[in-house]
Design a protein around this ligand. Sequence first.
Ligand SMILES: [Zn+2]
Length: 86
Amino acid sequence: MGLPGKKLSKSSKRRRAAHFALDQMQLVACKKCSKPILPHRACVYCGTYKSRQVIGKSKSEVLLKEVSKEDIKKELSSKLSSKNKS
Ligand SMILES: [Zn+2]
């Protein structure tokens, strides 16, 4: 295993760490719904990119929708019951 050949001084360590800070996220307003979104990406709220609908509205709604476990259970049970009938 590689070992450090020389002790790294506090100052050289800190000098290197001076560039480790993360930049603040740059957000732009969506042209359609004016919500803050990442630049060069489709809006997750309305599914538009460059004023064009690129994601179906249902899909963008699905992304935002918080599905609870009970809802999933209900859906599964309804699907299973419909399969058993047919
Ligand atoms: Zn939008």
